[in-house]
Ligand binder design. Structure first.
Ligand code: GLY
Length: 368
């Protein structure tokens, strides 16, 4: 832990203990969220999108602690999801493969990991709708989700690794369509766009996890903030960078000084004030955006905002210091309208929290 700033030592140690307990007591199970602080295991979540985050967290704790046993666990949990590389039923292959096989490939250029990433990227690209020019969500060919911005980097990665122009074109088109329809003029975002798949005509907005169809569901907004940053990293298209910056500015403008947003910025008097997993995604995305931003002043604003968010998340209110609470980060919300995983821990919140700590500690390399 020599390079990790002292303020993060406690988080790393708590994460180390909790992850070790999870893989020892519940081997090969992959949770999504807690119920009263206990991981809900062996029951499906809403959709199968979370199975890469435990493997990803194990890669991160390996990098943060340099303990070899965590690398063994990380490789094992990555292998457990390999068969999903041909899963055509979900739009979430980026969530599955970038934290696991993507991290593995970045670490040592493993040629098998490269093949897995290419195949998973080709599978995700199979969701492309030519008329509407987007990758459709698991809801069907008519549906474009903001979340897919955090999955499309897998298609960019597969394009880069394979040299396939078709994959690059599909990934770019998806980003442009999302930018055009789901990012509004004030840089607020919509969760879902409904299209006529035959003509590609946009019909209306909808939401699944937000307050209402025209409001801004914050986690989706954070997927877009981070996703457009990565789209810029792969393409160097200025439009993607300025979109990521607009989304980041919107986050900062609408979130209290402590940095933790609610589930939806537009909902009046929300029952729960915090959606900490969105904050963790934002912190990690802002650190990558700071790396990609050439304007030094802006970059400083993003870096300082990420630091502020992390300081709040490291406080006793958010860090699960109670060993009986199995998650790492408290006060996350999975699906508020369905009353699933509300004010709990989530595996992706824990993952992006550790990723942000890895970035700010320079254990992970700069993004751009
Ligand atoms: N399914 C992605 C999310 O809930 O953020």
């Amino acid at each position: 832990m020599s390079s990790i700033p002292p303020e993060f030592h406690r988080v790393v140690e708590i994460a180390r203990q909790k992850l070790l307990r999870l893989v020892t007591e519940y081997p090969d199970l992959m949770p999504s969220f807690t119920e009263n602080g206990k991981w809900r295991l062996q029951q499906p979540g809403w959709t199968n999108w979370c199975e890469g985050f435990l493997g990803g967290a194990l890669w991160l704790i390996y990098l943060l602690t340099e303990e070899a046993r965590f690398r063994q666990h990380a490789e094992h949990y990555s292998r457990l999801i390999e068969e999903r590389k041909t899963d055509r039923t979900v739009h979430d292959l980026g969530f599955l493969f970038l934290p696991t096989w993507g991290r593995w490939y970045r670490l040592d250029g493993n040629s098998y990991a490269r093949e897995v990433l290419i195949e998973a990227g080709r599978t995700l690209a199979g969701r492309y709708q030519a008329a509407g020019r987007y990758l459709c969500s698991f809801q069907g060919v008519h549906s474009l989700y903001i979340d897919i911005m955090m999955n499309v980097p897998l298609v960019f990665e597969a394009a880069q690794l394979s040299g396939e122009e078709r994959l690059l074109r599909i990934a770019r088109e998806h980003c442009h369509t999302t930018r055009r329809y789901l990012v509004r003029g004030d840089f607020s975002t919509a969760h879902e766009g409904i299209f006529d798949p035959e003509s590609g005509r946009f019909i209306c907005y909808q939401t699944q996890q937000g307050w209402r169809s025209d409001s801004t569901w914050v986690r989706g907004h954070c997927w877009a903030l981070y996703g457009f940053t990565l789209a810029f990293r792969y393409t160097r298209e200025a439009a993607f960078l300025s979109t990521a910056q607009g989304l980041a500015d919107y986050y900062l403008l609408h979130t209290p000084e402590h940095g933790i947003p609610p589930n939806d910025w537009d909902e009046p008097n929300p029952k729960y004030p915090y959606e900490s997993s969105a904050a963790a995604i934002a912190a990690s995305g802002l650190l990558s955006l700071a790396d990609c931003t050439t304007d030094m002043l802006r970059a400083k604003v993003y870096r300082e905002a990420a630091q502020r968010i992390l300081s709040t998340l490291c406080s006793d209110e958010f860090l699960a210091i109670d060993p009986q609470w199995e998650g790492i980060l408290r006060h996350a919300i999975y699906h508020f309208p369905a009353e699933v995983g509300v004010d709990e821990s989530t595996i992706w919140g824990d993952y992006f929290f550790l990723e942000a700590i890895g970035k700010i500690s320079q254990v992970l390399p700069p993004e751009c």
